[in-house]
Design a protein around this ligand. Structure first.
Ligand SMILES: [Fe+2]
Ligand SMILES: [Fe+2]
Length: 188
């Protein structure tokens, strides 16, 4: 982290905004969505404190990686989606909830450190769904893939039985979990 200074945050925010505009389907982009993402910490938030994505824009890089895996699985495994843009919607917004729970602080030694922001809202997938809802109308499949993306890693284990039933009808839930886990295991 010490190769960054606080001013790099502004540069990375603009860089990731441009990446988003070039990658995300134009039909689902709007000024309102872009303004919201830009003014929240979506383009700069880290993914975690040290497990994966603990750098400026780590959560954005993670989201892009999950999107890439979903697109790859779509080709390799012949996946079909309720709309063709779904891998982008799910990949880019499944962890939207992380935009405001971590921040950066410069230590005395001049290193940029990830810190937790006090936040009462402990929800994860459900919070992501709530945050994207005003900007993009999600398909049922997108909602379910985001809702269940943590799979057995979610602390609310009581949903597992129901998840397995739902995933029989929406098997892309499992591919979403696989893409998410693969990216995280690779440190992104
Ligand atoms: Fe997640
Ligand atoms: Fe994730």
């Amino acid at each position: 982290m010490n190769k960054y200074s606080l001013s790099d945050i502004d540069e990375i925010r603009d860089y990731n905004r441009d990446r988003f505009i070039s990658v995300f389907p134009a039909s689902l982009q709007s000024k309102e969505l872009l303004d919201y993402l830009y003014n929240s910490a979506y383009f700069t938030a880290p993914s975690a404190c040290g497990i994966h994505g603990a750098w400026i824009g780590g959560n954005f890089d993670h989201s892009l990686k999950v999107t890439e895996y979903l697109l790859q699985y779509t080709i390799d495994e012949n996946l079909t989606w309720q709309r063709k843009e779904s891998p982008y919607v799910i990949g880019m917004f499944h962890d939207l909830c992380k935009s405001d729970i971590r921040d950066f602080k410069m230590t005395k030694d001049g290193e940029l450190k990830v810190i937790m922001v006090p936040n009462k809202d402990k929800r994860h997938a459900e919070k992501s769904l709530e945050l994207i809802a005003p900007f993009i109308e999600l398909t049922t499949e997108e909602k379910l893939c985001i809702y269940y993306h943590m799979g057995k890693y979610d602390e609310q284990l009581d949903y597992i039985e129901l998840m397995d039933k739902v995933a029989q009808q929406f098997p892309n839930i499992y591919w979403t979990q696989k893409a998410d886990t693969k990216a995280a295991r690779e440190g992104i």
